[in-house]
Design a protein around this ligand. Structure first.
Ligand code: HEC
Ligand code: HEC
Length: 332
């Protein structure tokens, strides 16, 4: 009797393995193109995203640290801010950030609009003030006209600035990765090695934290669940927001979309390669030491998550006027 049940179970498992799996059953979903976008606001937000005049130096824009030619990151361990200051933490990608449960590694900003005002006034980043940024924008008639056209108001406030940037960021999603093509039914989109990697990713338990449309971004989890993570970085993760000891070292799980482009990895940028990051994740989060071959398969899978990158004409920024406050690029 026992044997019959067991063999029945084995037959069932075997048939599961060969049966085509509907994408709804997968822990990862395909990225949908952005919906309900205000195109006028997007065009304005795009200009602001690229405009270094929102910084004190006149040199640093959002795109300096979230370079859209490089996966929405700066590809250095921690960012360089005003006066070449060393940043405290790795810059996460802006790609697909609209899918995040909250913004920043510790989730201290609720959404993209709440986030966008931060860097302009952060002394370690763009080092400006909101008032000075607004003075710059209001001195440029083409900006004043465009704000009026989009928001129907004569006066520009930081609210409209952050709304427009956030609207542009909503368009920075990356659908159509090879993995998504596979999810949507094109079974030839992935190789055997990549599929083996995905099976390892699921069966080892990576999907417990990296799941959903963004393959992450939807929860805060402890870094160093099984084995502690050693770092010299000061960030305490979620505990910096809640003040609770239980939240110490809980970080927002990063998205793994486009992860082949967003090196180096982790909040301190300490892992230079995907091989290294996967090895550390296996050991610290799951108590699992992957063989070189297993690691390579998982890395091959992760590289299938690179989607269509944002594709648009570079915005041409309206020139400053005689009335525009001048930048302060060097220490005075
Ligand atoms: C000097 C570099 C720098 C500049 C300039 C900069 N950022 Fe960031 N950005 C960072 C860093 C570093 C973080 C992570 C900070 C943290 O989590 O504590 C970050 C976080 C973010 C996040 C959150 C992403 C996530 O997954 O949590 C978004 C969105 C973002 N920045 C958008 C912007 C926008 C929009 C601008 C321009 C207004 C901008 N950034 C300017 C370095 C920069
Ligand atoms: C318990 C939750 C959890 C599990 C399980 C987990 N991760 Fe993570 N993962 C995280 C967190 C949290 C971070 C960010 C940690 C940090 O930066 O300090 C992260 C970061 C990463 C990064 C770096 C991404 C970046 O942009 O910095 C990669 C790659 C990664 N995980 C892959 C994996 C793989 C592969 C597995 C399975 C072997 C896995 N993870 C299992 C929570 C988890």
């Amino acid at each position: 009797m026992k044997r019959t049940i067991l063999s029945a179970a084995i037959v069932m498992l075997a048939s599961l393995a060969v049966a085509p799996v509907a994408s709804a059953d997968e822990p990862i979903q395909a990225i949908r193109p952005p919906a309900n976008i205000n195109l006028g606001m997007v065009e304005l937000g795009k200009k602001l995203y690229f405009d270094p005049r929102l910084s004190k130096s006149g040199f640093i824009s959002c795109n300096s640290c979230h370079n859209l030619s490089m996966g929405g990151t700066d590809n250095i361990p921690t960012s360089i801010g005003d006066k070449w200051q060393q940043g405290p933490i790795n810059a996460p990608t802006v790609l697909n950030s609209s899918l995040n449960v909250a913004q920043f590694w510790d989730g201290r900003a609720a959404d993209l609009k709440a986030q966008a005002g931060g860097p302009i006034a952060n002394p370690g980043e763009m080092a400006f003030t909101h008032t000075l940024a607004l003075n710059v924008l209001e001195s440029i008639p083409a900006y004043v006209r465009e704000f009026k056209q989009v928001f129907g108001k004569d006066k520009i406030t930081i609210d409209e600035v952050t709304l427009a940037i956030a609207e542009f960021e909503k368009t920075l999603v990356t659908p159509n990765s090879r993995f998504d093509q596979w999810l949507l039914g094109n079974k030839a989109a992935l190789t055997k090695t990549e599929l083996d990697g995905y099976a390892l990713f699921k069966d080892s338990g990576c999907v417990a934290c990296h799941n959903g449309e963004a393959v992450g971004g939807n929860s805060f989890q402890k870094m160093g669940l099984v084995e502690p993570y050693k770092t010299t970085a000061a960030a305490q993760g979620r505990a910096d927001v809640t003040g609770k000891d239980a939240d110490r070292f809980n970080f927002k799980v990063p998205t793994l979309r486009n992860v082949e482009m967003t090196y180096p990895y982790f909040h301190d940028g300490a892992a230079n390669t995907l091989t290294e990051a996967v090895d550390i994740m296996g050991r610290l989060q799951l108590g699992k030491k992957f063989s070189q071959e297993e690691n390579a398969k998982i890395v091959a899978f992760l590289k299938t998550l690179t989607g269509d990158q944002p594709n648009f004409t570079l915005p041409i920024l309206p020139p400053s006027t005689d009335a525009t406050p001048r930048p302060t690029p060097f220490a005075k």
